[in-house]
Design a protein around this ligand. Structure first.
Ligand SMILES: [Zn+2]
Length: 316
């Protein structure tokens, strides 16, 4: 076979192939090299950003990127997934307005607690996996035109548990709010007090509430936002003493878990027990606010709650 006939033959094959195949026309060289790698290459490229999450309520597969853009809320059934503290702050405050406080404060293993693994090693592992120093981020930022002292808990750090650092950071935040005459907003999601710190973590319940009492004495508002789940020592302290208490839809809110209560009281629990919806009906919570409306609603509440201060300021 001569070179020319070879080329002709190949060209012929190429033409036949390309008309029959849905692939676009290419030169002979490209055809010869046309590996099936091309589509798989692009699929490989897509995989890292194309992860999917199954909705825990409606079971629809959700594209992670869309889920992130939707503030971790299912577009189909409005199920609110857990959201990280940094993402939450980003969704609420004006760009570049947030000044974080006590960013480097870290827990100390006072009790030298050792269970399956030591508390010290757990702290290190969670710091690595979450990029956080502890379970809360605090700071001063602006929601529309309102400067606020904002604390946001992160459930992904040891179940959002409140140890000495969470308690101390929140107390300092509340005190800064009192000093500067700012409203305080705390967004909770927590499994309660951090058992690895024993009584030191339980003391944080009284400490945070004490700071809030001084804040209230200065006639400054505190808005408590409860997200899924807010339970135990956190619910039994600062989270339940807001001037206004709001919650995200279907958030589980309570002190002990339903099974413990059922076993203790030996009674059937009413349907929807310990959900935000149940607690609104029974008067513990003032309103349920969808995550995507949170910023607007907080700003609306702040406008209402700080009206008196603005009037005093304008008179002075
Ligand atoms: Zn869903």
């Amino acid at each position: 076979m001569t070179t020319s006939s070879f080329t002709k033959k190949m060209l012929g094959r190429e033409t036949a192939e390309s008309t029959a195949s849905p692939m676009p026309l290419n030169g002979p060289t490209t055809f010869l090299k046309k590996p099936k790698i091309a589509p798989s290459k692009s699929r490989k490229r897509d995989i890292p950003e194309g992860l999917w999450t199954k909705c825990r309520k409606c079971s629809v597969m959700l594209y992670d990127k869309e889920l992130d853009e939707n503030l971790k809320v299912c577009q189909h059934c409005n199920f609110h997934f857990e959201i990280g503290a940094r993402e939450r702050i980003h969704s609420l405050v004006e760009t570049c307005s947030f000044q974080e406080m006590d960013a480097d404060m870290t827990s100390v293993d006072i009790l030298r607690f050792t269970g399956v693994s030591s508390y010290a090693s757990k702290l290190e592992a969670y710091q690595k996996s979450t990029g956080l120093k502890d379970a809360v981020i605090t700071g001063i930022g602006k929601i529309h035109n309102y400067r606020v002292a904002l604390g946001v808990m992160d459930f992904s750090f040891l179940g959002g548990s409140m140890g000495s650092v969470v308690g101390e950071k929140l107390t300092r935040l509340i005190e800064a709010g009192t000093d500067k005459g700012l409203p305080v907003i705390i967004i909770s999601s927590s499994g309660g007090a951090r058992m690895y710190e024993g009584m030191c973590s339980l003391m944080q319940m009284a400490k945070t509430c004490g700071a809030l009492a001084y804040h209230a004495k200065n006639k400054l508002p505190f808005i408590s936002v409860l997200t899924h789940p807010t339970t135990a020592g956190v619910m039994a302290s600062f989270a339940s003493v807001g001037d206004l208490i709001i919650a995200e839809p279907e958030a589980m809110i309570g002190f002990a878990g339903p099974r413990v209560i059922k076993d203790t009281t030996q009674a059937e629990l009413p349907p929807g027990f310990q959900t935000a919806e149940f607690l609104v009906e029974h008067g513990l919570i003032d309103a349920i606010v969808h995550r995507k409306e949170m910023k607007e609603r907080l700003s609306y509440y702040l406008s209402y709650m700080t009206e008196g201060q603005r009037q005093i300021a304008s008179l002075g």
